[in-house]
Design a protein around this ligand. Sequence first.
Ligand code: PLP
Length: 351
Amino acid sequence: MTELFASLDTPCVLVDLDRVEVNLKRAQAHADKEGYALRPHTKTHKLPRFARRAEELGATGITVQKLGEAEIMADSGLKDIFLPYNIVGPLKLARLKALNTRVSLSVTADSPDTVAGYAATFTPDAPLTVLIECDTGAGRCGVQGPAQVLALARQIIGAPGLRFGGLMTYPPLHNFSKSCAWLRDAVDLLGDAGIAVQRVSSGNSPDMWDANEAPVTERRPGTYIYFDRFQVQEKVASFDDCALTVLATVVSRPTSTRIVIDAGSKTLSSDLMGMSGHGLVVGTDYLVKALSEEHGVIEMPEASDWPHVGDRIRILPNHACVVSNLFDEIVLVSGDKVLERVVVASRGRVD
Ligand SMILES: Cc1ncc(COP(=O)(O)O)c(C=O)c1O
């Protein structure tokens, strides 16, 4: 194990390009079979090259989570960007206005205040497309019922600088059908009021293999490009499907059962995703039990000689997206072969 990726310093993030390719193609095939538009969420990888690759394979556009990420993707030539976020305040609205002249952009709103901000910023010569975010059970943003959807739709339609773009939800885990029923009620109410809904955007990775259901026309899984320990736990993917791992070096063996690696919370983040442990040692069932910023502590159930100080091990993180955000670069690999380093272009763009 000592020679594993010997040319790379640790900790570093390895992304297996072959697995990425398989994951992208499998998701697109599902979208094609089920007849929905795939608009992958790029928050997982933050790499324009993977955004472009997904589009080459058939994605209709991309999703980003922050305005800063959208700007980076636009700078890199991506042309169809969905930003499912309430953009609030004059500084961000000015940036949104500039971005809207460069790409085909859509955003969300879930309150009259947010719509009022858009309405005061955009003009009919370059209108902004606004979807209404619906809380169909996940308990984050979103209007709470169809009547509010209708009121916001009317506000958007009444603003000369805005276009009503449809509905969006980030669905609750394992409740895709229930979430669709919520959305159907809203679409029906809008229909009764003479408002047509062309686009209904939903989606995550844990439910990505579910059959599609009306009225959803578009789905936005993100983590599926890499998968991670959480997705394996959710049975969306196998360990072999996971493309992103962290390469770490054993820096201490204080006891016969304890391994300490050079990957702590600055590398793996502290995101437990409701699981025990902060990651899994690839090829074993050893968990990273505790983290401090620069140390990861692995407790083995039984005394073992392996690994030694200086050995390298790979960790499958709980949550791939947060790891991408912690590194300036990832290393593309194919099996045990290093291919190239890639700058994580929109990493850290939390604004
Ligand atoms: C609005 C929105 N859409 C889609 C996704 C992608 O979900 P997943 O990470 O499960 O692929 C996320 C993830 O946080 C999200 O916030």
